[in-house]
Design a protein around this ligand. Sequence first.
Ligand code: NAP
Length: 306
Amino acid sequence: MAQILDGAPVRDAIYSECRPRIAALRRPPGLAVVLVGHNPASQIYVRKKVQASHELGIHSETLAPPDSISTEDLLAVVAELNRRPEIDGILVQMPLPPQVDSKRILLAVSPEKDVDGFHPCNVGNLVTGRSGPKSCTPAGIVRLLHHYQIPIAGRHAVVVGRSDIVGKPMAMLLLHENATVTICHSKTQDLAGICRQGDILVAAMGRAAALTADFIKPGATVIDVGTNRIADRAEAARIFRNSKEKLEAFDRRGNLLVGDVNPLDVAEVASAYTPVPGGVGLLTVAMLMMNTVDSAERRLGGRHAA
Ligand code: NAP
C-alpha cells in the first residue's frame, strides 16, 4: 500500500511554529490581500487565506477593487500598501483582468513585503540561495518531503510544469536540496519516459489525471500540485473507473476535484503520494502565513532580522 502524504499534519506543524513567533512580536503581523473583481476560484482562495490569518492572529485586510480597474489605479493601491508600516505582507491574487499589466503590478510590490515570493528580487534570492520569501507552493512541498522524511539528495526529481509560480521555483528548491532535477513542459518529447525516471515526480501542469501509471516509476514519491475541477460525469467515471462512491459524490456536487496524476494509478504504482484534495493545497496557504510571519519579524526586528 502506498503511503498517503497528508498535508494536514504538515500544515499543523507549520502553524505550531508560527504561533509562538506571532505571540513574541510587539504587534500582530499584517497581511493585505488584493482581490480584483469576482473570479469565483480567486474568491475561494482568498477566503482560505483570510480564514488562516484569523486562526493564527495575523491581521488581514482584503482590498477588493472593481474588475474595471486600470493598471495605474492598481499600482496606486499597491504603492499605498507598500507605504503602510503595519502591513508586512502584500498579496495580489492572480489572475488579474486582461487590461491590467500583471508583471508591472508584481514588480511594484515591495520585495520585503512580497509574501508570494514572485518579485524578481526574491526569485533572484531563491536562485542564489539567499534568504527571503519563497514561492509558497514549492516551499510547502519541500516542507512536506522533510516532514515525511523522504530523501531528496542524490535522487532524480522530475518536475512537470515550468510556470514562474510552481514549476521553476520547485525545480530550484529541489536543486538546492541536492536532487538531480529534470524540468518538463508541453514541448517535452517522451514525457512518460522521462517521468518514469523520477524518484520524485512533481506534477504541476493543470491537466486532469494526465499522468497515468506508465508515467510513474514503481516506488516513486509523487507530489500532485494540480487542482482541476471535473464537471463532465463521463470523464469522472473514466478517471475513477466507475467508482460508485466517487460518482455519488459527483452527483451530489456536480463536479469533482482531481489532480494532474491519475488518483487510482498513483496509489497502485507509487510508494508515497499527496492526495488531491488534502495534500499540497493546504501547504500553499500555510507557507503564506509563514512568509508573513518571517516578513513581520524582519521588519520589526524579530529573530529573522538581518
Ligand atoms: P500554468 O502556469 O498553466 O503552467 C502549466 C505548466 O504545465 C506549463 O509549464 C506547461 O508547459 C506545462 N504543461 C501543460 N500541459 C502539458 C503537457 N500536456 N505536457 C507537459 N507539460 C504540460 O500552471 P501553474 O500555475 O503552474 O499550475 C499548475 C497546476 O497546479 C494547476 O492545476 C493549478 O491549479 C495548480 N496549482 C495548485 C496550487 C495548490 O496550492 N495546490 C498552487 C498553484 C497551482 P508550457 O510552459 O510549455 O506551456
